[in-house]
Ligand binder design. Sequence first.
Ligand code: GDP
Length: 195
Amino acid sequence: MNVNNVSLDVVCGNPSQFPQSHLNEIAFAGKSNVGKSSLINALVNRKALARTSSQPGKTQTINFYNVEDKLYFVDLPGYGFAKVSKDLREKWGKFIESYLTKREQLKLVVLLVDIRHEPSENDKMMYDWICHYQKNVLVVATKADKIKRSQIQKQISLIRKTLQMDPNHIIIPFSAETKQGKDEIWEILDQWVLN
Ligand code: GDP
């Protein structure tokens, strides 16, 4: 999709604020600092539309970005802050879960993992959750410019193995610096939006 118009339409602090809309939704999930804002900004050709890393303990919101009045990009709160209290973690879990279970408009969840590292338990939990709720998933391995090209396939295999990924699920290396992977990701998103 060629994106010129995009705006932050709705910011939700709880499920009652989810918008009533028929637009298809594509959600983005991943631990904080994985490069989620950078990916969203790259996909919509903007430098600073999506917020960059929020601070631990700050209000966690689910943000709905209207893309060309054709779909919503839904930015889920990043997980994995070591310092966050158990209470807040549980609240986060329930919030995300209510989003995953309530939205029929949700067509695809893009799960981001850092290409340099073995996925964490939280990443695995998120992947399993998405599959459990029978949502489609695309895994994006971020920060691909930070490793040698010759290492990319090895890391992709490690991520597949650690997440115990379904062989039918796709994983794409991406770099916000070089924009490697951007067109490939859009090709997949387009398939879900145009259907
Ligand atoms: P978020 O917390 O998941 O939204 O992560 P951000 O998009 O804010 O990125 C976290 C940090 O990683 C920032 O300093 C970004 O500049 C950096 N970053 C994100 N994506 C890339 C990438 O593809 N390559 C490199 N080299 N740095 C990146």
